[in-house]
Each structure stands twice: as structure tokens, then as C-alpha cells.
Design a protein around this ligand. Structure first.
Ligand code: C2E
Ligand code: CA
Ligand code: CA
Length: 886
């Protein structure tokens, strides 16, 4: 039962449907966790359409696929593209495995191409889907580009020798170097541990590509100096060209990979441009040397049959030890792994009691000796230390010398280890190794291996439970309250028994509870948690469980919104009282809830509550709704479209005038952008600036606005107009000032506009974090001849000290000042600040000025310039031209 929930959860989470297809009577038996459902073809596709939210014409299209299958093959894999109800295209993969007698195991999978939050957290590289989309777009619009595969040579060696931090730095630097050579011509995506895929829009001319790759390779030499001078880090690069190498994207990818493999074989540290006579023919079904394995460890086989087989094997309790041996050899035969080893521990003594290992028959040198003689003692030591160490990767084990010697011998290119944990209890460690050639784990591999580990863990637990007290597994070890497993089990049981039941789930997260604990101390912490549990327990018809440190999951046997809100408010009020009682800061309680009906599965309801909470991320309760999903999807779309939007000039230049208080005349303007989204609607900055900042792509917009501004100034100058400076906003998240300025200068010189016509606005928030760094940045800007203003002054923690260190030409008072001028304290403060700033030889401007009285008042206290609705809202640059230059 528990395994089935687990598998079911995995399927739902990964959007997979598993089934058995019977081609004799044309039925499909869908595996559904606890029970199966039998459909005919049509009903099956109706089910699929609902599951994936596809438009209706999918049903007819899909039926054809089944009728035209080549049933002579043992393994069939088909890809198809369908449309979702929201208009978005998605790729599907059908995977069939012949089981004989007309039966096929079928898995149907939606390829994930959501990008929100998928930017590689560490390196800030784009998701692969982004490159896929952009390449496909380019092929549609016939824009030439090249596809580059980059692999760092002997990366694992650096990781082992110098530690993971250095390894991470190499990756981060590598992405930033490639990004710099690309500019906005393309993007880079991390497709494996140290593997990258790069798209660069450029001519497919051999010599030009050669020149670009040569420069790229040169630029990579900076890697060593940036990370650690004593290292020599090299890369191997493979490249294919569009349109030269054809217009099939999959084939272009393969050719680029093939070129990389060729480079690796040639001895690494080189770049290879795919050429037929050098690299050989490539066709779409080619398995390119080792590269097919790079894609995905389970690519060759059907996940469903593996899980079923493994589960079946593990259910044999008669000879438990033997069943584990069998199970891992099964896993090994299904996946591209070379070694699987398990150290099982006695959960009381934390000592190893059993070791299991499996080796791939294709390995020529046997490593049994190392496994038994080396790994076991190392693990034993790790396990013997006080508590079980948390192992994500065995390499994190502190005694690296021993491990290093181990790795040095067996050429392991990648290893992943999981601690086998159920309800906070360790049952051992499982480790998966790959030893052959160029191959690294993919995130999908990670999930599959984790699933297998979880399966094993739960079987180990089952075995253990026969001899131990079941109940203690359901209590939080620290606070004694119900843990998550308790909730999950009880709620599952409740839903099984109750036939038609509405229910709801709330996830309630007390933020920053870990750092709070270190402030208030353990004793108060226990009081706090007990207090919260007390409030929750006052309600009838609920079940609860504590998930991890600060999060509670609450299950309601009914779905009355008011009850859920009341409970949330009670907890919130309790936290308020608690903080007042002990004079601590109040904790933030962030919650999401989902109202379910009996069609919903528990895991989905939990997932939706969790989604609502994360989306909300605030000191309040938010109920899950379709709008959340729509919003996430439209944000996904925005991110995917950013380059296209820039190319299509969807970002419009709006200008807001700045007026002199002395003369009443125009003295400048601020560039503010509007997004003419798909030419359908106008988006305002508050709808996209934050998002672009989060995704690390705001600089693209900054440069575009800067370019629009330069172009505009150039045009007016060419018409002989007497122009005024325009200020452009510098985003808060500039990653590298040198590169930023280089780019600005490149754009400015292209339009040949003097620096005196452009001003840069830097927000106050930037200055107090990094004063000396910002000072250097501004000094360079000044030396080049730009004016720099301090934006939003007074909106945050204004730091007057930083103003004494950094010289600004203008200070721009935040609009909150003007919104509050009726307050006499604010008036006095503004008066004194302006007086002070003027003595420093800095001019002053107020923004957000909406009334005549405010204009007059500001003039009377010596404010130099005014920007605000009183004179004009931001208007399109055309309108601005008519109004001020005609
Ligand atoms: P900001 O730089 O502080 O820009 C001033 C904002 O105040 C503008 O909002 C403007 O329309 C608004 N405003 C001006 N006068 C008045 C007034 O009298 N009353 C009121 N209530 N508001 C007034 P907008 O255009 O919506 O821009 C919002 C923010 O978005 C900007 O704040 C800026 O931080 C950011 N932003 C806008 N364009 C860009 C851009 O091109 N690049 C970057 N990095 N950020 C931008
Ligand atoms: Ca501004
Ligand atoms: Ca501002």
C-alpha cells in the first residue's frame, strides 16, 4: 500500500500515466495507485485528455497512433506534440514494451518544459527548454545559429581534488564567460553536471564559426585565473550549424554531440565543428557512442515495468536479504548504472549489518574487492559516528583522502548516494555509480534513483516494523506531536473509508523558525510548538502532522472555507500573543489551502496547498485557485518570450518630463518602459520587472531601454533638435559592472550619442549593501562623462554615510515624500534634507508630484526639479516628441 502511494505520487508529480495495453481486445488497463481502471481506446484518450488538460482534437490524433504502431518491435518509443487548453504546445512520449501475448507495458509522459524557477539556481544558466524553443523559433524564422556542446575536461578530478566549492565556482564562471561572449545572441543551458548546451545566433559560415569558437576557447582560459591560478582547466567543444547542417533540430543536437565526442576522443582541450568527413554520418536514431547515455539513464527502458518488477521482488519476505540482492540486480539491468551498493544498518546501533552489491557485467575490471574492502570500512566509520550522517553524496563525507584514493582507482565518473530514511529513521545507504566515459547524472535520473531508494527504504522499514513498536514512528522526535507520516496515514485511511467526502488541506509554514529558535531558546520553542498544536487541536474533524521544522499540514474532514480561515487566524493570533508575552518579534505565518472533493487525491491536494503557500509567500492564507496556475503559466511564457519580445521591439520607450522649478521649462526626462505584449496588451513595469529580476535576465531589458534611448536621442539630434538628457534606470541586480559598462558603451558608441545626453539612475537600495563596489562603478561612469542620480531616496534605509563616500550628481526624492507632504514633520525633513544635499553640491529632484500646491511648496524650499503627474504621466516617445520638440 505504502509503495503504491509512493509510485502514484511519483507518477502524478512527474505527469506520467502507466498502463497495460492489450492489443487483442483493444483495452487499456491504467495503473492507478490502489486500483486499476480498464478503458477502451477512446475512453482512455478521454482520460488522458483530462489528465493533461489537452484540447479535444487530441483524442482523434492519439487513436491513430495506436492503430499504426509497429507491434513487431519489442520497445517502441513515439514522440508527439499536442496542444493544451491554454494553447501551449507540449511534447508527449509514448513508451511501449512488449510483454508477449499481445500485452504491452505503456507509459505516457509529458515532457516538462516549464521554466519558472528552473533557471539553474547556482550557475544562472537558462533551462534547456528555453534553448529548444529558441532554436525551433530560429528554424521557423530561418535565423542562422550554431549549437555548441561544452564539456569541462576532467571536471570530476577538480571536484575531487579541490572540493565541491571550487567545482561550483568553475561552473559559475564558465556560464558567465560564455554569457559574455554571447551577449543577446543566444543562451546557455546546463544539461548535465558539467555539460552545457549553447545556442548562438550567428552566420553558419565555417570561418566565422571557427573564429567565434576560437575566441570562446580563448575566453575560457580565464577560468583558471578566476578560480585558482594553479589549476589548468580546459574544455572540449562540439558544434553544429544551422542551416548548414540541416533544419532538423534533433539532428542538429546530435551532430553537435557527435562533434564533442570526436573532440574528446582526439584528446580533449579542443573545439570541433561538425563535418561529415571528420565526424561521420549522423542519423536521428543514432546512438552516439556514449552520448545516448548522457541523455537519461532510463532512456532505454520502461520505468513502469521496472517498478513493478522491483516491487514484486521485494515483496518476497521469505528470504529478505536475497530479495534485496535480486532487486538491485534488476534495477541494474534496467538502468545505465555500473554499480549499486547498499550498506544496511542496524537502526539502534548504527552499525552496518549487511552489505549488498551489484556490478554491471560490462565492466571488465571487477571492483568487488574495492567495494567490500574499501567502501564498507568507510561507511562503517561514517555510520558509527554518533548519528547517521546526512548523505546526499558520499563525497561529502569528511574523510576525503580515503574516498579520493577509492575514486582514483575505479574511474568513477559519477556517484550518487541516498540515505534510506523512513520517518526520520535511517536504514542504510544506497550508492549508484557510473564508471564509463563521458556521463553525468541528469535531474531526471536523480528522481528515478530516489524513487528506487524510497521503495527500498520502505521495504526495509516494513521488515523492521515486524520487530518494533509501530507507534513511535509517528511522533515528532523533538516535540512529541504528530509527524507528517501520521497525518498521511490517517488521512489516507479516512479517505478510503469515507465514500463521498469533501476534504481540504492547509499547509501552514512558520517562517524562519530555525533562526528564531536560536534567539528564543529550546524551552520557549517547545512552548511555542505546543501552543500551536494546542490551537489546532481545538478543532474537531481535523488531522494534523508536522512536516519539518516549521511546517504543519492540516487535513480537514470537510471543506468549509470559514473553518480553515478561522484556524489560520487562531494560529496567527497565538503567535502575536506569544511575541507580546516574551517581547520577541512576531513570526510570519505563511499558509496555502486547497479545497478538495472526492475526485481529488490526497497527494494532489497536498501539492496544491503547498503550491498556494509558496505562491503566496506572505503573512497570510491563500486558497488555491486556477488563477494561480494561469499566473504561473503566463509568467513562464513571459520568461520564454523575453528574447523574442526584445527582438520584436515589444518594449516601448515611455518618457516622463522633468521640469525646472525656476524656469518652468523642460530640463530632462526619465525613460520608463512599457511592454507591448505580443502587440495585444500593454504591461506595466510592476507586472514584469520583479519577474525578470528573479530570473536574472533584467539586464537584457536594461540594455534594450538604453538602446531605445540612444536611438531616440540620435534621431532628435539628426533632426537638429535641442535635446535634453534622458535618465535610464539601472537595475538593482547588475551582475558584473565592468561588463555592464562595456555593453552600455558599445551601444552608445553605435549611436554616437554624447554621454551628457544620458543619465543613469541608481536605486538607493544598491548603495548601502556594497558601498565601495558601487563607488568604483560610479567613478567609472563619471570618468566616461555620464551623470548619475540616486533614485528613490528615502524609500528604504537611507544611508547618508554612503552619500559622503559616493558622489551623485542628483538626488531623486522618492514619491513617498510628496504623497505625504500634508504631514508637517515630512515637510520639515524634506526642507532640511534639501538644504543639506545642496551644500554638497548635488542637485535635487522630487518625483510623484501631483498637485500645484506641492509644486509651489517644493519650489519655495529650493528643490531644483520636479517630475510627476502634475506635469505629465510617462508618455510614449512619439507623443513626447510632439509635445516638446515640435
Ligand atoms: P521609478 O524609477 O521610481 O519610476 C517612477 C515611477 O513613478 C514610474 O512608474 C512613474 O510612472 C511613477 N510616477 C511618476 N510620477 C508620478 C506621480 O505623480 N504619481 C504617481 N503615483 N506615480 C508617478 P512606472 O513607470 O510604473 O515604473 C515603476 C518602476 O519600475 C520604476 O520606478 C522603476 O523602478 C521600474 N522601471 C521602469 N522602467 C524601467 C526600466 O526600463 N528598467 C528598469 N530596470 N526598471 C524600470
Ligand atoms: Ca527611476
Ligand atoms: Ca524613483
Amino acid at each position: 500500500m505504502q509503495n503504491e502511494i509512493l509510485i502514484n505520487h511519483y507518477m502524478k508529480y512527474n505527469r506520467i500515466i502507466l498502463a497495460t495495453l492489450n492489443i487483442n481486445n483493444k483495452t487499456i488497463d491504467v495503473f492507478n495507485g490502489e486500483n486499476n481502471q480498464i478503458f477502451d481506446y477512446k475512453a482512455f484518450f478521454e482520460y488522458v485528455a483530462i489528465f493533461y488538460n489537452l484540447i479535444d482534437d487530441f483524442i482523434d490524433k492519439a487513436k491513430i497512433i495506436f492503430e499504426q504502431l509497429d507491434y513487431n518491435r519489442d520497445i517502441i518509443e513515439i514522440k508527439a506534440e499536442y496542444k493544451k487548453r491554454n494553447g501551449k504546445p507540449v511534447d508527449f512520449v509514448y513508451n511501449l514494451k512488449n510483454e508477449g501475448n499481445g500485452l504491452y507495458l505503456l507509459s505516457l509522459k509529458e515532457e516538462k518544459n516549464s521554466v519558472l524557477g528552473n533557471l539553474d539556481q547556482m550557475t544562472k544558466a537558462n533551462p534547456k527548454a528555453y534553448i529548444d524553443n529558441r532554436a525551433k523559433n530560429n528554424i521557423l524564422t530561418k535565423t542562422p545559429f550554431i549549437l555548441i556542446n561544452i564539456d569541462i575536461d576532467n571536471f570530476k578530478h577538480f571536484n575531487d581534488l579541490y572540493g565541491q566549492t571550487i567545482g561550483d565556482m568553475i561552473l559559475i564562471e564558465m556560464v558567465s564567460i560564455v554569457k559574455n561572449t554571447l551577449g543577446d545572441r543566444g543562451a546557455i543551458s546546463r544539461i548535465g553536471g558539467d555539460r552545457f548546451l549553447v545556442l548562438c545566433e550567428m552566420s553558419d559560415d565555417y570561418d566565422l564559426v571557427h573564429e567565434y569558437l576560437f575566441d570562446l576557447k580563448q575566453a575560457m582560459q580565464k577560468l583558471s585565473s578566476k578560480v585558482n591560478d594553479s589549476m589548468v582547466i580546459t574544455v572540449t567543444i562540439g558544434c553544429s550549424r544551422y542551416p548548414y547542417d540541416g533544419s532538423n533540430y534533433e539532428l542538429l543536437l546530435k551532430k553537435s554531440q557527435k562533434a564533442l565526442v570526436r573532440g574528446k576522443n582526439k584528446g580533449r582541450d579542443c573545439f570541433i565543428i561538425y563535418l561529415l568527413d571528420k565526424c561521420g554520418e549522423v542519423s536521428i536514431d543514432d546512438k552516439i557512442d556514449n552520448i545516448n547515455k548522457i541523455e537519461n539513464i532510463s532512456a532505454k527502458n520502461n520505468l513502469y515495468s521496472m517498478i513493478t518488477d522491483v516491487n514484486k521482488t521485494l515483496s518476497d519476505d521469505k528470504n529478505f536479504d536475497e530479495s534485496i540482492n535480486k532487486a538491485i540486480s534488476l534495477v541494474g539491468s534496467y538502468l545505465y548504472v555500473d554499480r549499486i551498493s547498499i550498506a544496511r544498518v542496524n537502526i539502534k546501533t548504527h552499525k552496518i549489518m549487511k552489505h549488498h552489491a551489484w556490478f554491471s557485467p560490462k565492466i571488465t575490471v571487477r571492483y568487488d574487492a574495492y567495494c567490500v574492502d574499501e567502501i564498507v570500512p568507510i561507511w562503517a566509520e561514517a555510520l558509527g559516528s554518533k548519528n547517521f550522517i546526512k548523505v546526499d553524496d558520499i563525497r561529502s563525507y569528511p574523510d576525503t583522502d580515503k574516498l579520493k584514493s577509492l575514486f582514483a582507482v575505479d574511474h568513477t565518473t559519477a556517484s550518487l548516494s541516498f540515505e534510506l530514511v523512513v520517518n526520520g529513521r535511517s536504514f542504510g545507504i544506497i550508492r549508484f555509480d557510473m564508471t564509463t566515459g563521458v556521463r553525468h547524472w541528469q535531474s531526471e535520473d536523480f528522481q528515478i534513483l530516489m524513487l528506487i531508494s524510497e521503495l527500498l527504504a520502505s521495504h526495509l522499514q516494513k521488515n523492521y516494523l515486524k520487530e518494533t513498536n509501530y507507534n513511535t514512528l509517528f511522533l515528532d522526535p523533538k516535540y512529541g506531536c504528530n509527524n507528517f507520516s501520521k497525518l498521511f496515514t490517517d488521512a489516507g485511511e479516512y479517505l478510503l473509508k469515507a465514500d463521498a467526502s469533501l476534504f481540504a488541506v492547509m499547509e501552514l509554514d512558520i517562517k524562519n523558525i530555525i533562526s528564531y529558535r536560536s534567539i528564543i531558546g529550546e524551552k520557549r520553542m517547545i512552548e511555542l510548538v505546543n501552543g500551536i498544536v494546542g490551537k489546532i487541536s481545538l478543532y474537531d474533524d481535523i488531522l494534523y502532522g508536522k512536516k519539518n521544522d516549521g511546517a504543519f499540514i492540516i487535513f480537514f474532514k470537510g471543506n468549509d472555507k470559514r473553518i480553515i480561515s478561522n484556524l489560520y487566524n487562531d494560529v496567527s493570533k497565538y503567535l502575536e500573543e506569544f511575541s507580546l508575552k516574551y517581547h520577541f518579534n512576531r513570526l510570519i505565518v505563511n499558509a496555502g489551502a486547497y479545497l478538495a472533493n472526492n475526485d481529488d487525491r490526497l497527494v494532489d491536494a497536498m501539492k496544491n496547498a503547498n503550491l498556494a503557500r509558496i505562491y503566496n509567500n506572505d503573512d497570510k492564507l491563500l486558497f488555491y485557485s486556477d488563477e494561480i496556475i494561469h499566473d504561473i503559466e503566463s509568467k513562464n511564457e513571459m520568461i520564454l518570450r523575453i528574447d523574442e519580445a526584445i527582438a520584436k521591439n515589444e518594449f516601448l520607450l515611455y518618457l516622463q518630463p522633468k521640469i525646472s522649478t525656476k524656469t518652468g521649462k523642460l530640463i530632462g526626462a526619465e525613460a520608463l518602459t512599457r511592454w507591448n505584449y505580443k502587440n495585444e496588451k500593454i504591461l506595466y513595469p510592476d507586472q514584469f520587472i520583479n519577474l525578470l529580476e528573479e530570473q536574472g535576465i533584467i539586464e537584457k531589458l536594461d540594455f534594450k531601454v538604453f538602446e531605445n534611448t540612444c536611438r531616440y536621442q540620435r534621431r532628435l539630434l539628426d533632426m537638429g533638435k535641442d535635446i535634453v538628457p534622458i535618465s535610464v534606470n539601472v537595475s538593482r541586480y547588475v551582475s558584473n559592472f565592468e561588463e555592464y559598462i562595456k555593453k552600455l558603451e558599445e551601444i552608445r558608441s553605435r549611436y554616437n550619442v554624447d554621454c551628457k545626453y544620458i543619465e543613469l539612475e541608481i536605486t538607493e537600495g544598491m548603495c548601502y549593501e556594497n558601498t565601495m563596489y558601487i563607488k568604483a562603478f560610479i567613478d567609472v561612469l563619471h570618468n566616461l562623462g555620464y551623470s548619475v542620480s540616486l533614485d528613490d531616496f528615502g524609500s528604504g534605509y537611507s544611508n547618508l554615510v554612503s552619500m559622503t563616500k559616493i558622489h551623485f550628481d542628483t538626488v531623486k526624492f522618492d514619491k513617498s515624500f510628496c504623497m505625504d507632504l500634508s504631514n508637517s514633520n515630512v515637510r520639515i525633513m524634506l526642507l532640511k534634507l534639501i538644504e543639506l544635499i545642496k551644500t554638497m553640491n548635488i542637485s535635487t529632484i522630487c518625483e510623484g508630484v501631483e498637485t500645484k500646491e506641492n509644486v509651489e511648496y517644493l519650489a519655495s524650499i529650493g528643490c531644483d526639479y520636479i517630475q510627476g503627474y502634475y506635469y505629465s504621466k510617462p508618455i510614449s516617445s512619439d507623443e513626447f516628441e510632439k509635445k516638446y520638440f515640435d
